[in-house]
Design a protein. Sequence first.
Length: 375
Amino acid sequence: MRIRSLSLTAATAALCLSLPSVANAQQDFSDMSWDEIVAQAQEEGEVVWYVWYFQPAYREFVEPFTEATGIEVIIPEGTHDGNFEKMLAESGRDAGDIDVIALGGSRHALFDQSEYYHGPLSEILPGGDQLTYELEGVDTNGYGVAFWGNQTGLAYNPRLVDFEDLPQTLPELEAWMEENPQWFGFNYENGGSGPSFVQSMVRNIMPEIDTTDGEVSEERLASLAPVWDWFLDRSDQFVITASNADSLTRVNDGEFAVVAAWEDHLASLQAQGEVGDHIAFYIPEWGHNGGGNLNGIPLNAQHPAAALVFLDWLTSAETQTALNQRFGVAPMHPEADDSAALVPNEMRAYSRVWTAQPFGDEIRNQFIENVALEM
């Protein structure tokens, strides 16, 4: 078995520790009333939001905010890694390009939010005590506010398999794959649904591995060998797809009966008419990762008041309900309506926390080395 060097994420974490935090004096909002913040926001006139997915849809979604406040929302193109690295690289500048940055929950384990973000937002935003600041096992201590809840699981084609026949446990999965070879697909890159499935297999095949511990060591990597053997022994029973989108396209076309998927991604593609409404989603009892994304305001944001007003709107019950209806996300406000979700609330009991970093990313890297490249 080949054990590769530590992942790029671990190197990025080291970079975070070596970069200086913002050096210039930053505006303190603690003594300002909310009305004063809103007045300053309207003077600023715009907010630049770096979010790495659904940019065209978001540009349309935020139009009601601009209509209500007069504040323009600019959403540049960018990737998750690219946006994060840009924020770190700009942190020593007096003024950065980013007013609001969206990052996945586990990404916040790589840096100290109090060194890079305005806040705590929990003490600035109206009703901030109702909002969520901890996702995927990472507590931002009020500096990053959740706006998007997501869940991985399995999408299936009811024309090929009934819900009652879907596997719910590891033995049932093994039997189902043997009886239905090549009807199951998942990705290992270009999206996290496949890596979530791999992590779920680690938890079920090797329950003695503590996935809340992000440490990476030669010994821990070697302990994953039974998991890779499990996949290799069944290499003729599953198909590795190119991406999250590829998986859903192929299950929609009837090439697969079941694929790893994101709940919100499936709901979004169905809303756009790219995947049929007949494709359904479930969280198996063996557990799949759930989490979400949070927004923070860099200390050197050029439009910090507009950023605060934007986040107040984005995390409100009304906007969270609209996000659920438009994208199928799990709302992050307790008073929002989640009736447009693809799974019932009782099924969310099978949601699991992502493996701690950097061990979580290293599991994916090891899968590539020891399974994907050996098939």
